[in-house]
Design a protein around this ligand. Structure first.
Ligand code: FAD
Length: 307
Protein backbone atom coordinates (compact mmCIF):
# COMPACT_ATOMS: atom_id res chain seq x y z
CA UNK A 1 0.00 0.00 0.00
CA UNK A 2 1.47 3.39 -0.88
CA UNK A 3 1.27 6.30 1.56
CA UNK A 4 -1.68 7.96 -0.18
CA UNK A 5 -3.73 4.79 0.28
CA UNK A 6 -3.04 4.83 4.02
CA UNK A 7 -4.24 8.43 4.43
CA UNK A 8 -7.88 8.81 5.44
CA UNK A 9 -10.02 11.81 4.53
CA UNK A 10 -12.38 13.93 6.66
CA UNK A 11 -11.77 12.14 9.94
CA UNK A 12 -13.81 13.29 12.91
CA UNK A 13 -11.43 14.39 15.67
CA UNK A 14 -14.11 14.76 18.35
CA UNK A 15 -13.82 11.12 19.36
CA UNK A 16 -10.02 11.26 19.24
CA UNK A 17 -9.73 13.94 21.93
CA UNK A 18 -10.36 13.52 25.65
CA UNK A 19 -12.27 16.86 25.50
CA UNK A 20 -14.69 15.40 22.89
CA UNK A 21 -14.42 18.70 21.00
CA UNK A 22 -13.22 19.49 17.48
CA UNK A 23 -14.07 19.34 13.80
CA UNK A 24 -12.73 17.16 11.00
CA UNK A 25 -9.14 16.51 10.00
CA UNK A 26 -8.97 16.96 6.23
CA UNK A 27 -6.35 14.18 6.13
CA UNK A 28 -5.41 11.69 8.84
CA UNK A 29 -2.91 8.85 9.13
CA UNK A 30 -2.09 6.31 11.82
CA UNK A 31 1.67 5.83 11.69
CA UNK A 32 3.13 2.55 12.95
CA UNK A 33 6.39 2.37 10.97
CA UNK A 34 9.24 4.85 10.60
CA UNK A 35 8.95 4.78 6.79
CA UNK A 36 5.31 5.86 7.00
CA UNK A 37 6.22 8.83 9.20
CA UNK A 38 8.88 9.95 6.73
CA UNK A 39 6.65 9.48 3.71
CA UNK A 40 3.56 11.06 5.25
CA UNK A 41 5.52 14.23 6.04
CA UNK A 42 6.96 14.30 2.51
CA UNK A 43 3.47 13.81 1.06
CA UNK A 44 2.11 16.76 3.08
CA UNK A 45 5.09 18.94 2.12
CA UNK A 46 4.61 18.27 -1.56
CA UNK A 47 1.02 19.41 -1.20
CA UNK A 48 2.03 22.35 1.05
CA UNK A 49 -0.28 21.09 3.77
CA UNK A 50 -0.04 21.94 7.44
CA UNK A 51 1.03 18.92 9.54
CA UNK A 52 -0.23 18.33 13.08
CA UNK A 53 1.29 15.58 15.25
CA UNK A 54 -1.03 13.60 17.47
CA UNK A 55 -0.52 11.31 20.45
CA UNK A 56 -3.55 10.46 22.59
CA UNK A 57 -5.31 13.81 22.07
CA UNK A 58 -5.55 14.32 25.84
CA UNK A 59 -3.87 17.71 25.97
CA UNK A 60 -5.26 19.49 22.93
CA UNK A 61 -8.16 21.76 22.07
CA UNK A 62 -9.15 21.35 18.43
CA UNK A 63 -11.02 24.10 16.61
CA UNK A 64 -14.65 23.40 15.68
CA UNK A 65 -13.59 24.19 12.10
CA UNK A 66 -11.27 21.21 12.27
CA UNK A 67 -7.77 20.95 10.83
CA UNK A 68 -7.15 21.89 7.22
CA UNK A 69 -4.09 19.70 6.84
CA UNK A 70 -2.66 16.28 7.70
CA UNK A 71 -2.92 14.87 11.21
CA UNK A 72 -0.21 12.29 11.88
CA UNK A 73 -1.07 10.05 14.81
CA UNK A 74 1.75 8.08 16.42
CA UNK A 75 0.46 4.52 16.59
CA UNK A 76 3.70 2.67 17.32
CA UNK A 77 2.45 1.46 20.67
CA UNK A 78 4.85 -1.38 21.54
CA UNK A 79 6.29 -1.59 25.04
CA UNK A 80 9.10 -4.01 25.85
CA UNK A 81 10.44 -4.65 29.33
CA UNK A 82 14.19 -5.29 29.16
CA UNK A 83 15.58 -5.94 32.63
CA UNK A 84 15.00 -2.71 34.55
CA UNK A 85 14.33 -0.71 31.39
CA UNK A 86 11.14 0.03 29.44
CA UNK A 87 11.51 0.43 25.70
CA UNK A 88 8.40 2.25 24.41
CA UNK A 89 7.10 3.45 21.07
CA UNK A 90 5.97 7.09 21.01
CA UNK A 91 2.37 5.96 20.51
CA UNK A 92 2.38 3.64 23.55
CA UNK A 93 -0.01 4.48 26.36
CA UNK A 94 1.72 6.05 29.37
CA UNK A 95 -0.71 4.31 31.73
CA UNK A 96 0.00 0.96 30.12
CA UNK A 97 3.74 1.60 30.54
CA UNK A 98 3.11 2.33 34.21
CA UNK A 99 1.06 -0.87 34.63
CA UNK A 100 3.64 -2.97 32.78
CA UNK A 101 6.43 -1.57 34.96
CA UNK A 102 4.43 -2.46 38.08
CA UNK A 103 3.72 -5.94 36.68
CA UNK A 104 7.46 -6.49 36.31
CA UNK A 105 8.17 -5.20 39.84
CA UNK A 106 9.80 -2.04 38.52
CA UNK A 107 9.40 1.15 40.52
CA UNK A 108 9.60 4.76 39.27
CA UNK A 109 6.55 5.02 37.02
CA UNK A 110 3.81 4.94 39.68
CA UNK A 111 3.09 8.69 39.32
CA UNK A 112 1.99 7.98 35.71
CA UNK A 113 -0.73 5.50 36.63
CA UNK A 114 -3.64 7.91 36.06
CA UNK A 115 -2.24 10.09 33.28
CA UNK A 116 -3.86 9.44 29.90
CA UNK A 117 -2.08 9.92 26.58
CA UNK A 118 1.03 8.56 24.93
CA UNK A 119 4.73 8.35 25.69
CA UNK A 120 5.43 10.89 22.90
CA UNK A 121 2.97 13.46 24.27
CA UNK A 122 4.26 12.90 27.80
CA UNK A 123 7.91 13.42 26.82
CA UNK A 124 7.12 16.54 24.83
CA UNK A 125 5.36 18.23 27.76
CA UNK A 126 7.48 16.53 30.47
CA UNK A 127 4.30 15.10 31.98
CA UNK A 128 4.33 14.36 35.65
CA UNK A 129 2.52 14.32 38.95
CA UNK A 130 3.26 14.51 42.67
CA UNK A 131 6.53 16.35 41.99
CA UNK A 132 7.84 13.61 39.64
CA UNK A 133 8.30 14.07 35.89
CA UNK A 134 8.88 11.70 33.00
CA UNK A 135 12.11 13.46 31.98
CA UNK A 136 13.87 12.13 35.09
CA UNK A 137 13.34 8.53 33.95
CA UNK A 138 14.38 8.94 30.32
CA UNK A 139 17.59 7.21 29.35
CA UNK A 140 17.47 7.79 25.59
CA UNK A 141 14.96 9.14 23.08
CA UNK A 142 14.61 7.98 19.50
CA UNK A 143 14.12 11.24 17.59
CA UNK A 144 13.13 12.07 14.03
CA UNK A 145 14.57 15.28 12.62
CA UNK A 146 11.98 16.41 10.05
CA UNK A 147 14.34 18.91 8.39
CA UNK A 148 17.33 16.59 7.95
CA UNK A 149 15.03 13.59 7.43
CA UNK A 150 16.98 11.34 9.75
CA UNK A 151 16.44 9.39 12.96
CA UNK A 152 18.94 9.69 15.80
CA UNK A 153 19.26 8.84 19.49
CA UNK A 154 19.22 11.61 22.05
CA UNK A 155 20.35 11.36 25.67
CA UNK A 156 18.26 12.63 28.58
CA UNK A 157 20.48 15.70 29.07
CA UNK A 158 19.84 16.78 25.46
CA UNK A 159 16.10 16.44 26.15
CA UNK A 160 16.45 19.70 28.13
CA UNK A 161 13.61 18.83 30.52
CA UNK A 162 12.10 21.39 32.86
CA UNK A 163 8.60 22.02 34.25
CA UNK A 164 6.16 21.12 31.43
CA UNK A 165 8.91 21.70 28.86
CA UNK A 166 11.47 19.81 26.82
CA UNK A 167 13.57 20.34 23.72
CA UNK A 168 10.46 19.26 21.78
CA UNK A 169 8.37 22.21 22.99
CA UNK A 170 11.08 24.49 21.55
CA UNK A 171 12.19 22.55 18.46
CA UNK A 172 9.09 21.74 16.42
CA UNK A 173 11.26 20.14 13.74
CA UNK A 174 12.06 17.27 16.15
CA UNK A 175 9.62 14.43 16.82
CA UNK A 176 9.69 11.66 19.39
CA UNK A 177 9.60 8.21 17.85
CA UNK A 178 10.27 6.22 21.03
CA UNK A 179 12.15 6.20 24.31
CA UNK A 180 13.96 3.98 26.78
CA UNK A 181 13.30 4.55 30.48
CA UNK A 182 15.52 3.39 33.30
CA UNK A 183 13.58 2.25 36.37
CA UNK A 184 14.57 0.40 39.56
CA UNK A 185 13.74 -3.02 40.96
CA UNK A 186 11.11 -2.49 43.65
CA UNK A 187 8.85 -4.17 46.14
CA UNK A 188 5.61 -5.30 44.52
CA UNK A 189 3.47 -4.50 47.59
CA UNK A 190 4.89 -0.98 47.85
CA UNK A 191 4.42 -0.39 44.12
CA UNK A 192 0.78 -1.60 44.25
CA UNK A 193 0.11 0.47 47.37
CA UNK A 194 1.44 3.64 45.73
CA UNK A 195 -0.57 2.94 42.56
CA UNK A 196 -3.76 2.51 44.59
CA UNK A 197 -3.09 5.73 46.51
CA UNK A 198 -2.50 7.71 43.32
CA UNK A 199 -5.56 6.26 41.58
CA UNK A 200 -7.86 6.91 44.50
CA UNK A 201 -6.47 10.46 44.85
CA UNK A 202 -7.29 11.08 41.17
CA UNK A 203 -10.76 9.56 41.45
CA UNK A 204 -11.48 11.79 44.43
CA UNK A 205 -10.19 15.03 42.91
CA UNK A 206 -10.76 14.85 39.15
CA UNK A 207 -13.96 15.14 37.12
CA UNK A 208 -15.57 12.34 35.10
CA UNK A 209 -16.84 14.58 32.32
CA UNK A 210 -14.65 14.98 29.19
CA UNK A 211 -11.67 17.28 29.81
CA UNK A 212 -8.05 17.84 28.83
CA UNK A 213 -6.40 17.74 32.24
CA UNK A 214 -5.16 20.91 33.91
CA UNK A 215 -5.73 23.96 31.73
CA UNK A 216 -3.05 26.20 33.25
CA UNK A 217 0.49 25.41 34.28
CA UNK A 218 1.21 26.06 37.93
CA UNK A 219 3.17 29.25 38.47
CA UNK A 220 6.48 29.92 40.12
CA UNK A 221 6.32 30.79 43.81
CA UNK A 222 9.29 33.16 43.41
CA UNK A 223 7.35 35.10 40.79
CA UNK A 224 4.33 35.48 43.09
CA UNK A 225 6.60 36.50 45.98
CA UNK A 226 7.89 39.40 43.89
CA UNK A 227 4.60 40.41 42.30
CA UNK A 228 2.21 39.89 45.22
CA UNK A 229 4.02 39.26 48.56
CA UNK A 230 0.80 39.30 50.61
CA UNK A 231 -0.69 36.55 48.46
CA UNK A 232 2.60 34.61 48.63
CA UNK A 233 2.27 34.42 52.43
CA UNK A 234 -1.28 33.09 52.15
CA UNK A 235 -0.21 30.50 49.58
CA UNK A 236 2.62 29.34 51.82
CA UNK A 237 0.16 28.81 54.65
CA UNK A 238 -2.31 26.76 52.60
CA UNK A 239 -0.05 24.91 50.15
CA UNK A 240 3.24 24.12 51.90
CA UNK A 241 3.90 21.04 49.72
CA UNK A 242 3.71 23.03 46.49
CA UNK A 243 5.74 25.94 47.88
CA UNK A 244 8.46 23.49 48.89
CA UNK A 245 8.72 22.59 45.20
CA UNK A 246 8.75 26.30 44.25
CA UNK A 247 5.21 26.16 42.82
CA UNK A 248 1.85 27.84 43.30
CA UNK A 249 -1.13 25.61 42.45
CA UNK A 250 -3.33 27.53 40.02
CA UNK A 251 -6.29 25.33 41.06
CA UNK A 252 -6.09 26.85 44.54
CA UNK A 253 -6.02 30.41 43.14
CA UNK A 254 -9.08 29.74 40.96
CA UNK A 255 -10.83 28.08 43.88
CA UNK A 256 -10.28 31.20 46.02
CA UNK A 257 -12.03 33.28 43.36
CA UNK A 258 -15.22 31.29 43.95
CA UNK A 259 -15.78 30.72 40.24
CA UNK A 260 -15.92 26.91 40.21
CA UNK A 261 -19.02 25.83 38.32
CA UNK A 262 -18.94 28.89 36.02
CA UNK A 263 -20.49 27.91 32.68
CA UNK A 264 -19.96 29.26 29.16
CA UNK A 265 -21.97 27.42 26.53
CA UNK A 266 -21.21 23.73 27.05
CA UNK A 267 -17.98 24.36 28.97
CA UNK A 268 -17.77 24.58 32.74
CA UNK A 269 -15.07 25.11 35.38
CA UNK A 270 -15.06 21.75 37.12
CA UNK A 271 -16.54 21.60 40.60
CA UNK A 272 -14.10 18.81 41.52
CA UNK A 273 -10.90 20.53 40.34
CA UNK A 274 -10.75 24.26 39.62
CA UNK A 275 -7.93 23.91 37.06
CA UNK A 276 -10.05 21.59 34.88
CA UNK A 277 -12.62 22.72 32.34
CA UNK A 278 -15.19 20.07 31.50
CA UNK A 279 -17.34 19.55 28.44
CA UNK A 280 -20.82 19.24 29.95
CA UNK A 281 -22.55 18.58 26.62
CA UNK A 282 -21.57 19.49 23.07
CA UNK A 283 -19.20 22.28 24.13
CA UNK A 284 -17.59 24.22 21.31
CA UNK A 285 -13.88 24.99 21.28
CA UNK A 286 -14.93 28.63 21.44
CA UNK A 287 -16.78 28.04 24.76
CA UNK A 288 -13.56 26.67 26.25
CA UNK A 289 -11.49 29.56 24.86
CA UNK A 290 -13.93 32.08 26.35
CA UNK A 291 -13.87 30.37 29.73
CA UNK A 292 -10.05 30.34 29.68
CA UNK A 293 -10.01 34.11 28.96
CA UNK A 294 -12.51 34.68 31.76
CA UNK A 295 -10.33 32.80 34.30
CA UNK A 296 -7.20 34.67 33.17
CA UNK A 297 -8.97 37.99 33.54
CA UNK A 298 -10.26 37.13 37.03
CA UNK A 299 -6.77 36.06 38.16
CA UNK A 300 -5.30 39.27 36.74
CA UNK A 301 -7.91 41.50 38.38
CA UNK A 302 -7.84 39.84 41.78
CA UNK A 303 -4.18 38.82 42.17
CA UNK A 304 -2.35 40.99 39.59
CA UNK A 305 -0.91 37.77 38.14
CA UNK A 306 -0.67 36.64 34.54
CA UNK A 307 -1.48 32.98 33.84
C1 FAD B 1 -7.99 13.37 33.06
C2 FAD B 1 -6.63 13.90 32.70
C3 FAD B 1 -5.64 13.95 33.66
C4 FAD B 1 -4.37 14.45 33.35
N1 FAD B 1 -3.42 14.48 34.32
C5 FAD B 1 -2.18 14.92 34.02
C6 FAD B 1 -1.15 14.94 35.01
O1 FAD B 1 -1.34 14.55 36.15
N2 FAD B 1 0.07 15.39 34.64
C7 FAD B 1 0.35 15.81 33.37
O2 FAD B 1 1.50 16.17 33.09
N3 FAD B 1 -0.61 15.83 32.43
C8 FAD B 1 -1.86 15.39 32.70
N4 FAD B 1 -2.84 15.40 31.75
C9 FAD B 1 -2.56 15.98 30.42
C10 FAD B 1 -2.14 14.94 29.36
O3 FAD B 1 -2.64 13.67 29.65
C11 FAD B 1 -0.64 14.84 29.26
O4 FAD B 1 -0.10 16.09 28.98
C12 FAD B 1 -0.21 13.82 28.19
O5 FAD B 1 1.16 13.57 28.38
C13 FAD B 1 -0.46 14.29 26.76
O6 FAD B 1 -0.16 13.19 25.90
P1 FAD B 1 -0.95 12.93 24.55
O7 FAD B 1 -0.33 11.75 23.90
O8 FAD B 1 -2.40 12.85 24.77
O9 FAD B 1 -0.58 14.24 23.74
P2 FAD B 1 -1.51 15.01 22.70
O10 FAD B 1 -2.60 15.69 23.45
O11 FAD B 1 -1.89 14.13 21.58
O12 FAD B 1 -0.47 16.08 22.16
C14 FAD B 1 0.06 17.06 23.03
C15 FAD B 1 1.21 17.77 22.29
O13 FAD B 1 2.28 16.84 22.08
C16 FAD B 1 2.62 16.78 20.70
N5 FAD B 1 3.03 15.40 20.43
C17 FAD B 1 2.33 14.26 20.65
N6 FAD B 1 3.07 13.18 20.31
C18 FAD B 1 4.26 13.66 19.87
C19 FAD B 1 5.46 13.04 19.37
N7 FAD B 1 5.57 11.72 19.28
N8 FAD B 1 6.49 13.83 19.01
C20 FAD B 1 6.39 15.19 19.11
N9 FAD B 1 5.29 15.83 19.57
C21 FAD B 1 4.24 15.07 19.94
C22 FAD B 1 1.36 17.20 19.95
O14 FAD B 1 1.66 17.72 18.68
C23 FAD B 1 0.81 18.27 20.90
O15 FAD B 1 1.47 19.49 20.68
C24 FAD B 1 -4.11 14.91 32.04
C25 FAD B 1 -5.12 14.85 31.06
C26 FAD B 1 -6.37 14.35 31.39
C27 FAD B 1 -7.42 14.29 30.32
Amino acid sequence: MNIEEKIQKDVNLTTKTSFRIGGLAKFFIDVKEKEDLVEAIRWAREKELKVIYWGGGTNVLVSDQGIDGLVIKFSNFDIKVKGDRLDCGAGASLMRASRMAAGDKLTGFEWAIGIPGTIGGAIRGNAGAYGLYIGSYVETIDVYDTEKERFFTMSRSDGDFSYKKSIFTKRHDLLIWGAVFKLERGNVFEIDKLNEEYMSHRKGTQPNLPNAGCIFKNISYEKVKIENPKLAKEIEEHNPGFVERGMVPVAWLIDQLGIKGKVMGGAKISLQHANFIVNTSNAKAEDVVMLISYIKQQIRDKYLLQL
